[in-house]
Design a protein around this ligand. Structure first.
Ligand SMILES: O=C(O)CCC(=O)C(=O)O
Length: 254
């Protein structure tokens, strides 16, 4: 699925958007399941300075369900392994939901700004963001700073009600490097490096902006001190048609 050009773009920019990774039929199943409560998951309310709120449901297992089928999908796992050049394990997965006209903005941050504190020595970690709805500037698509994965990890602290990148350093990063809005069609996947600065704006539209984000760590990068997320073991990849199979065996939730 990944071409040599995708890999070159990721190495150069710290992100690459790959269209049509999941089919419209698969996306429809994921959308139908996006509102369901997850077993063992944690739901965070993410608020912004404008008083808006987004929902982030996160979990560390790879469940026998349609989202587990995405986390263990050969389309995602083999692409993430190619981009990291290493065998990977599941760190965590999350559903990021911005409700119409209410979904909050996310402050600029690097995922490794958080994960460094979870005991990982190297930034050999990746996020794979699957668009479940059309992701546009109006509904708060992800924005990234191209090339920022090469800057190293920046300090993070409290920014408004969130954890964000150090404002002084961030201001210079934004002055010197280009920001790109990653508008994405449903079923596409944005792969981005854990040191890539990213943020998103509020959802000002009448439609939800839902995304499913699977995150992985290199197996050689086990956190110290018993910290970290997920089980550090190779991922047993799901059959390529696992989303359709789970749906056929369980059915769409009412
Ligand atoms: O969903 C979004 O717009 C941003 C999510 C994000 O940055 C994260 O989960 O680290």
């Amino acid at each position: 699925m990944l071409t040599a050009e995708h890999i070159r773009a990721y190495d150069r920019d710290g992100f690459v958007l790959v269209p049509n990774v999941f089919t419209p039929e698969e996306v429809e199943i994921l959308q139908a399941n996006a509102g369901r409560e997850r077993r063992d998951g944690t739901v965070h309310n993410v608020t912004d300075s404008g008083g808006r709120m987004s929902k982030l449901a996160a979990w560390t297992d790879i469940a026998e369900d349609v989202f587990g089928a995405v986390t263990a999908s050969p389309r995602i796992v083999s692409a993430a392994q190619l981009l990291l050049r290493e065998e990977i394990y599941h760190w965590h997965s999350k559903l990021s939901i911005k409700q119409p006209r209410a979904g909050a903005a996310w402050e600029w941050h690097q995922d490794y700004g958080y994960w460094y504190n979870d005991g990982c020595l190297y930034p050999n970690m990746i996020s794979c963001m699957v668009a479940l709805d059309p992701s546009t500037r109006e509904n708060g698509c992800l924005k990234v700073v191209a090339g920022s994965h090469l800057l190293g990890r920046c300090d993070h602290g409290r920014v408004a009600s969130q954890t964000g990148a150090d404002p002084e350093r961030l201001a210079t990063v934004l002055e010197r490097l280009p920001v790109q809005y990653c508008e994405a069609a449903p079923g596409s996947v944005l792969f981005f490096h854990c040191n890539t600065f990213h943020s998103s704006e509020p959802n000002l539209s009448e439609k939800p902006r839902r995304a499913f984000i699977c995150c992985y760590n290199a197996l050689s990068n086990l956190p110290y001190g018993g910290k970290g997320h997920g089980k550090p073991e190779p991922i047993r990849q799901a059959p390529d048609d696992a989303i359709l199979r789970f749906e056929a065996s369980v059915g769409t939730p009412a």
